[in-house]
Design a protein around this ligand. Structure first.
Ligand SMILES: [Zn+2]
Length: 183
């Protein structure tokens, strides 16, 4: 969904989330989106656009280790400022790592993005948001600690190391040494 800057007023513009938003969130989490809700409001501040609201996504994402589908719930407040590249400071974060938008939009900003200064691609906004929200490495144990051993076993099976007979004897010597040193 592309919104021209000229269509955004300084009083705000509400955006309802359609199938485009689900599709964008699915790309961002690298999985399926089972449910999505929330709302976004766009306000224009000169050449900058503030995107504010909240998003909640229930997604199905594959475990990064054993490829089992996991249901994850992501979401929260959104407050991002999009600015034309030419207006962005060279250093976007301050000393504490907080984003430094080139304009004061009247509320704390979580992130600063760039756009071409003419039109904002809202699907891109949702996709980037979902990418940031998704844990960089998601494994079964993040959802259920008790699943960790089963996850490890599935991973070994996937990578063809399930049978003990395939373990190189040199490795079993190493693991015996390791056990000894842990005493
Ligand atoms: Zn797993």
């Amino acid at each position: 969904m592309i919104v021209p800057l000229a269509d955004i007023s300084n009083r705000g513009m509400n955006v309802s989330l359609g199938p485009w938003a689900r599709a964008a969130a699915a790309e961002g989490v690298d999985g399926d989106v089972k449910a999505m809700e929330g709302s976004l409001e766009l306000t224009r501040h000169g050449v900058h656009v503030a995107v504010r609201g909240e998003l909640h996504v229930v997604g199905e994402v594959l475990c990064d280790r054993c490829r089992t589908p996991l249901v994850v719930s992501l979401g929260g407040d959104v407050s991002i400022v999009y600015s034309p590249v030419s207006t962005l400071p060279e250093k976007v974060d301050d000393e504490e790592g907080l984003p430094r938008p080139p304009v004061d939009v009247g509320f704390p900003v979580e992130d600063v993005g760039e756009f071409d200064g003419e039109k904002l691609d809202l699907a891109g906004v949702v996709r980037e948001w979902a990418t940031v929200e998704r844990p960089a490495r998601l494994m079964c144990r993040d959802i259920d600690e008790a699943e960790n051993d089963a996850c490890q076993a599935r991973f070994l099976e996937l990578s063809g190391q399930a049978s003990p007979t395939t373990i190189d004897p040199r490795f079993s010597i190493l693991s015996a040494l390791k056990l000894k040193s842990e005493d």
